[in-house]
Design a protein around this ligand. Structure first.
Ligand code: ADP
Ligand code: MG
Ligand code: MG
Ligand code: MG
Ligand code: MG
Length: 636
């Protein structure tokens, strides 16, 4: 999806007055869209990835690495080809929250052939090269979930100073210059989320209690210009963060699938839901925040808190007066309800939804499960509105619907077809953390795509109660979750019973058991993928490509290879300058990022992360692999 609504952003007071207007017309727009498109059939599998990158500026003389705030300049250059010839580009580039971030996707979605797996990595390499070519000496494009010193003193190039008393974030740590300013959306969201909440956002991550961390760990925030509000929000023994940028300034890896019709999309949405925490744990890649080593491995809760616009009433801290609902989660969080009929019986968390909109949707022929999903999204106010877009043609436009939809940032997203396009019903898989190398990212992408094929072909059922998926989300983020946690998972995924006690349907497994199987008990996702592949007759190259990816996932799941998070921790904790104080100095940061950059460029081996063999079959030369893909017939 492109960015919504360029133009003049409204401030929170103006936006707030129009919140009901946006909801009302957003609901009508969804109804119209639904009536137009519910019977759309016969779309083929298409899919594509999104990779987010950060720009890093190295200073080899001073041994520093900082985020480079030059994304806007490079983005303009990267988008030029698309502007001139949108149908014939191999990559698409989009802005992201950080002034140091960009997002790249393939120029066109991939199709249903296994042979397409051969070009995923090559396309990622192409994107990396294409963007890297533009950079200044000393700059690097890195696919890193979080910049370790984001928000630590002097972390940007050029330097920028936080402004606690003014601006969009009012952060003690994160200057507004680090927010992408080429599109008004990002600063507007930042300002409006803070205004709606009535105070700055607050993120507290437990610090990693290494032996020289003085307990209680507590920082002097007054020194940084705090007026007392941060002091109140900051918890002892936690790394405190106070701005949207700490979460939305992280990078991730997302995947979108087109289903053949709305029913299949609903099934995929549900079936992929229990895999969200599993894939989050497997891709864990962000143990460092604001220059500290923390005790968590993933970004998820950080982003969730970073855009938590709920008021005190909505958070249940005060009785409801101004607001309509008590709301249990941030607008960025795991999903709250399944969408398919099969999923209905596993919807066990109380769902907050807008009753009027729900009724309006039912009255217009939308079924209960879809109606409650939409009415649940619509408990949120718009937090970004542009004056030019207030009045719309509800028969054709979908901006108001998209406005609310696209600011419900959940683990899964159910994406209706955009107006005026041939695109079908899609679902987006959003939990994964981005990995250092294209090889790893391609492996994750191909694995998840294969899982969708296996689920649909074998009619698997992975559903467990939503409350259990939520528990898994919390477990997934713990330090070293792959090795030390167990996760709720369906006992028999080949069984579709709709009777009996739900409690008997799931149990706890390790990630290793879920992915690789448990003798006599659970078949394992990879053995199922392999059995699917053996019926597919892939050519030798494709087979080899897929097996390299599968091996990586198998080894990460078994613990034979480290997760990115664990490897990152190890690098910092064994750095000669590290003082067992959970601090990442400029020098440690520099050395770590240099090493990551060398690993990514294949200059330095990293078998503990990547395994013994990482020679890529798909990197013959990028153009050749791309050409091969273009000759692949894409089924109609
Ligand atoms: P958003 O940021 O809203 O998730 P993007 O446009 O950035 O959306 O990314 C969407 C992803 O979906 C890209 O990887 C793109 O290749 C892929 N894609 C595009 N068209 C289709 C389609 N018809 N079906 C499935 N995926 C698609
Ligand atoms: Mg996006
Ligand atoms: Mg995108
Ligand atoms: Mg993005
Ligand atoms: Mg996306």
């Amino acid at each position: 999806m492109g960015l919504l609504s360029e133009g003049s952003p409204l401030n929170w007071e103006e936006t707030k007055k129009l919140a009901d207007h946006v909801r009302k017309h957003g609901a009508i727009q969804f109804i119209n869209l639904y009536k137009r498109l519910r019977d759309k059939q016969g779309d083929v599998l298409k899919w594509g990835d999104e990779v987010e990158y950060i720009l890093v500026k190295f200073n080899d003389a001073e041994k520093t690495a900082k985020v480079s705030l030059r994304a806007e300049k490079y983005l303009a250059e990267l988008q030029e080809k698309e502007h001139n010839d949108p149908d014939n580009v191999k990559s698409l580039w989009r802005p992201e929250y950080g002034a140091y971030m960009i997002e790249g996707t393939p120029g066109k979605p991939y199709g249903g052939l296994l042979a397409h797996f051969n070009v995923v990595e090559a396309n990622m390499q192409y994107r990396r090269q294409e963007a890297s070519k533009l950079l200044e000496p000393g700059e690097a494009l890195m696919s890193l979930t979080n910049f370790p010193r984001l928000g630590a003193p002097d972390f940007t190039d050029p330097p920028a100073v936080p402004t606690p008393q003014s601006g969009a974030s009012r952060s003690l740590f994160f200057p507004d210059e680090a927010i992408f300013s080429g599109h008004p959306r990002f600063k507007t969201l930042t300002r409006n989320i803070r205004s709606r909440r009535g105070e700055k956002v607050a993120i507290n991550l437990p610090i990693y209690k290494d032996k020289n961390v003085k307990l209680p760990f507590k920082e002097n925030l007054a020194e940084l210009g705090d007026d007392g509000s941060s002091e109140k929000a900051a918890k002892d023994n936690h790394v405190y963060m106070d701005a949207m940028g700490f979460g939305m300034g992280c990078c991730c890896l997302q995947l979108t699938f087109q289903a053949c019709n709305i029913e299949e999309a609903r099934t995929l949405y549900d079936q992929l839901t229990p895999l969200c925490p599993i894939m989050l744990a497997l891709t864990a890649a962000s143990p460092f925040y604001r220059g500290y080593v923390t005790d968590v491995d993933c970004r998820w809760n950080v982003i969730s808190c970073s855009v938590d616009c709920r008021t005190e009433e909505e958070r249940g801290l005060k009785p409801l007066k101004e607001n309509k609902f008590k709301i249990s989660k941030s607008r960025y969080d795991s999903i709250d309800s399944y969408l398919s009929e099969q999923g209905d019986r596993y919807n066990d968390v109380p769902l907050t939804y807008d009753k009027d909109i729900y009724k309006q949707l039912l009255d217009n022929g939308i079924d209960r499960l879809l109606a409650q999903h939409i009415a649940h999204l619509f408990i949120r106010d718009t937090v970004s509105l542009f004056s030019e877009k207030v009045h719309q043609n509800d028969l054709e436009d979908t901006d108001h619907f998209e406005n609310i939809q696209s600011t419900n940032w959940q683990t899964m997203r159910f994406k209706p077809p955009p107006s005026n396009s041939s695109i079908g019903w899609r679902v987006e898989f959003r939990p994964c953390e981005v990995q250092i190398t294209d090889f790893e990212n391609a492996a994750i992408v191909c694995f998840v795509v294969l899982l969708t094929r296996v689920i649909l072909s074998y009619k698997l059922n992975l559903l467990i109660p939503i409350s259990k998926v939520d528990e898994n989300m919390a477990r997934a983020q713990k330090r070293d979750a792959v090795k030390t946690e167990k996760f709720w998972f369906r006992r028999d995924i080949t069984c579709n019973t709709q009777q009996g006690d739900i409690k008997d349907e799931y149990t706890e497994y390790t990630i290793d058991e879920i992915v690789n199987g448990k003798e006599g008990t659970f078949p394992g996702l990879i053995p199922l993928v392999n059995s699917y592949l053996s019926s597919m007759d892939a050519d030798a190259d494709t087979h080899c490509t897929i097996q390299r990816y599968i091996k990586l996932i198998q080894r990460r799941a078994s613990g034979e290879l480290l997760t990115t998070a664990k490897w990152l921790r190890q690098e910092v904790l064994t750095h000669p300058e590290y003082k067992q104080d959970s601090r990442i100095s400029q020098r440690i940061n520099y050395d770590l990022l240099k090493k990551i950059h060398d690993i990514e460029a294949n200059k330095v081996p990293c078998p503990e992360l990547l395994g013994p063999c990482i020679i890529s079959k798909t990197s013959e030369t990028v153009p050749a692999a791309m050409a091969k893909a273009e000759n692949c017939p894409i089924p109609d």
